[in-house]
Every structure is written in structure tokens, then in C-alpha cells.
Unconditional design. Structure first.
Length: 343
């Protein structure tokens, strides 16, 4: 079974092809991705209308590229998967519309996929795929959640952010330091040159006794510290970046370990864009090794939004008989769609 996946939830257009032959883990045959970072940089953030228009321009050429690299034709595709939500409504509509049009033209069924489920299952694309059950840390620009995962579609929310996500804390702190867009990766690179102990920044909800997160207060503390530094900010920017990164990573680390202890599970999956962070991976690897826990990540190039995770999630849902693909080509999208509502 060949599944073509289309991702268009925000500012990356992704297309991929996976082979889900038999009951084994689907195999990625080819994928292509176009990032809109250069286009949005001038505005300091994503402009939804521009994002939607760019998806329209990119998605079909990327599909042609993917099929060519895989040595397959569109006529061989068995199912078309697309991101149904959450995300920017206009951007989601582009992917959904193209997927359903392809399905109708090819007389093939389509399947709508939850964007976060794509991230959640993306480590199955890696050379070291996990096994169920596991605790998942979903950590990205818009979401920070801890989930217990017992199988495809079997998710229990353990904790989530009550305000800003970890990725937002990275990006907004970077903007306060004048690091541009996207700020998170720039802050992390700069942090490698700084002293993480230079500034005492808060670790919100670290000792709350639950598994929820909060990062808005940290952002405010970074703003306050930047104002205190005034003209000396430029000279101390690497130290402030390192201190900010250390605060975010410590909270993510401690909450993840608490979730493992609470559930008694010995396997952790880390997914989402922030999962590519070097310090987070390093500290999680060390802590999990001491605790006898296996930790799994997607490949670095598959941490951000991509079509491969959508094709994989669609294929795994079909394999697990959690969902059926349909030839009913009328579609809708869900800009707000909690993962816990996915059956």
C-alpha cells in the first residue's frame, strides 16, 4: 500500500511517499519539503495569507518531485493522506483541497490526519523506532504536551502548557534579544557560546506536583533581564541565551522524568521541532540512561513539519484499523483539534 502524504498546516509544504506493505512499520520511499522561512522573515513571523498562497505554488511540484525520486507514478498511489488540523485554516485548506482533488482524479481514497499525531509517530521513521507503550513529549512552537501512548489512536494526556509552548518561549525570547526569525534555532546556536549559569531565570511550575507547563513567566523574566542589561545586552547576549535555554530544557527534562515515574514506563519519545534542540537531547539521553529508560527521536531533518510524518501516521492508522480512507471527497479542516479527540 503506497500512501502519499501532504502537510500544509503552517509555513512548510511537505510531500512524502511511504510503503505500508504488510503489518510492518511503513517505509519512507521519498520526501520533499519547502520552508517559507525566507518569505516570512521580513515580517518577523508567519503571515497566514502568504503561507496559504505559497502552499498552492509548491505542493504539486513537490508531489512530482517525490514520485520521481521514488520511481513511482501517481497512478500507483493507493491512498492520499493530508493534514486536517490543527493549524492555520487557509493553509490547511490548501493541502486538504489538493489531496481530495488528487484522490478524485485518481479514484483513490483519502484520509485526514492530525498534525500532532504525525509528530507523535514520526520516530517510527527513524533507524531506531520505538515500541508501544511509551511516554511522549510533544514539544514545538505551538504545543508542549506529555502523553501516554499505548498504541495508534490510544492517547492519554498527562500534562500540557497552560500558556506559551516551549517553542514560543524560545522564539519570543530570541526576538527580545534581537535574534530575528525564526528565533529558536538562532538562540540555541548562540547559547553554545554562553554561560548557562550567568543569569538566574525562573523554572515555571517545576515543583508544581503535576505535569503541566508554563513558559510565559520565563519570557517576561528574559524581557526584564534584557532591559536591565541595557547597552551591555549585546556583550552578554550569549550568556542570556544560554541561561534561557537551560531554564526551558530543565523544565522539559524534569517533567518528562516525572511522567515516566508516574506511568512506570521505560520508554520516552520526543517529537516536534524543539526535539531537535542539542541541549535537550544531550540532557535527556544522559538522564534516561541513568534511569534505564530508552529514548527515541525522529531523525533531525524530520523534526520540523513534513509530509513524511503525515504519510506515516495515515499508513499506521490504516494498518491499525483505527480509521478508514474514504472516497467522499467533500472535506473540512480543524484549525483547533485536541489530540485527545482523535480516536
Amino acid at each position: 500500500m503506497l500512501v502519499l502524504g501532504i502537510e500544509s498546516s503552517c509555513d512548510e509544504t511537505g510531500v512524502a511517499l511511504v510503503d505500508a506493505a504488510g503489518a510492518g512499520v511503513p517505509v519512507l520511499l521519498s520526501h520533499a519539503l519547502h520552508s517559507q522561512i525566507d518569505m516570512h522573515q521580513a515580517y518577523g513571523g508567519v503571515v497566514p495569507e502568504l503561507a496559504s498562497r505559497d502552499h498552492i505554488r509548491r505542493v504539486l511540484p513537490l508531489a512530482t518531485q517525490v514520485m520521481g525520486e521514488a520511481g513511482r507514478t501517481l497512478g500507483e498511489v493507493d491512498v492520499v493522506a493530508y493534514t486536517r488540523g490543527p493549524g492555520l485554516a487557509g493553509a490547511l485548506l490548501v493541502g486538504a483541497g489538493v489531496a481530495c482533488a488528487l484522490g478524485a482524479a485518481l479514484d483513490r481514497p483519502v484520509i485526514g490526519v492530525h498534525h500532532l499525531e504525525g509528530h507523535l509517530l514520526s520516530p517510527f521513521l527513524s533507524a531506531d523506532p520505538p515500541a508501544f507503550p511509551f511516554v511522549a513529549l510533544l514539544v514545538s512552537g505551538g504545543h508542549t504536551q506529555l502523553m501516554r501512548v499505548d498504541g495508534v489512536g490510544r492517547y492519554e494526556l498527562l500534562g500540557e502548557t497552560i500558556d506559551d509552548a516551549a517553542g514560543e518561549a524560545f522564539d519570543k525570547s530570541a526576538k527580545l534579544m534581537g535574534l530575528g526569525y525564526p528565533g529558536g534555532p538562532a538562540l540555541s546556536r548562540l547559547a553554545r557560546e554562553g554561560d548557562a549559569a550567568a543569569f538566574k531565570l525562573p523554572r515555571p511550575l517545576l515543583h508544581s506536583g503535576d505535569l503541566d507547563f508554563s513558559f510565559a513567566g520565563l519570557k517576561t523574566a528574559v524581557l526584564t533581564q534584557a532591559k536591565k542589561l541595557g547597552d551591555t545586552l549585546e556583550a552578554r547576549k550569549a550568556d542570556l541565551a544560554a541561561s534561557t535555554e537551560a531554564a526551558i530544557v530543565e523544565v522539559l527534562l524534569k517533567k518528562s522524568l516525572a511522567a515516566l515515574k508516574q506511568t512506570g514506563l521505560k520508554r520516552l519519545v520526543v517529537a516536534g521541532g524543539v526535539g531537535a534542540n542539542w541541549l535537550l537531547r544531550t540532557q535527556l539521553n544522559e538522564a534516561c540512561a541513568r534511569a534505564g529508560v530508552r529514548v527515541h527521536y525522529p531523525e533531525l531533518h524530520l523534526c520540523t513539519d513534513n509530509g513524511a510524518m503525515i504519510a506515516m501516521a495515515g499508513a499506521m492508522r490504516l494498518q491499525a484499523q483505527m480509521q478508514t480512507a474514504s472516497k467522499a471527497y467533500a472535506f473540512d479542516v480543524k484549525p483547533r483539534w485536541p489530540l485527545t479527540e482523535v480516536a
